[in-house]
Design a protein around this ligand. Structure first.
Ligand SMILES: [Cu+2]
Length: 152
């Protein structure tokens, strides 16, 4: 039984864009390009918990950005897009947390290097259990330049 499971998990690791550590799979990590003047960028990814326990996210870090926050976007009563720092993030067993435009996203503050299209930016997801999962996010062309308006 154990061997069979191990094999399944490893299949996911074969894809180069997918990072995975002990049953936690990070997929489609991407950073849409921002205007050169932007001091803040967004990153999106999906995190799937294939372990038997729920996992709690502590924070993210990257050598390419000074600070990273997890934000949650929403539309307020007046129809204005807003975002706030997400409270505790828990992913239950067998569940996926989809970070996407208009929902959860990583807010990347103050790039410490030039961020160019097709770059692979290294990140770390740190769990409350202190476990760290390394992954890379690809810098991709922004499909919609206004998809991430800022109303902090
Ligand atoms: Cu944000």
């Amino acid at each position: 039984m154990f061997k069979y499971k191990f094999y399944l998990v490893c299949l996911f690791c074969l894809y180069s864009t997918i990072a995975c550590a002990e049953g936690i799979v990070i997929d489609q990590a991407r950073i849409p390009t921002a205007p050169p003047s932007a001091s803040v960028m967004a990153a999106y990814l999906s995190i799937t918990n294939k372990t038997k326990e729920s996992i709690r996210i502590s924070h993210f870090s990257s050598s390419a950005f000074k600070k990273i926050e997890v934000h949650l976007s929403s539309i307020d009563a007046r129809g204005i897009a807003r975002m706030r720092q997400a409270a505790k993030l828990v992913i239950n067993s067998s569940k996926t947390l989809e970070m996407k435009s208009g929902s959860y996203h990583l807010m990347l503050f103050e790039p410490l290097q030039k961020i160019k299209i097709n770059d692979k930016i290294p990140f770390k997801l740190i769990l409350k259990s202190k476990k760290e999962i390394k992954f890379e996010a690809s810098v991709v062309e922004s499909t919609n330049a206004i998809n991430h308006k800022h109303h902090h």
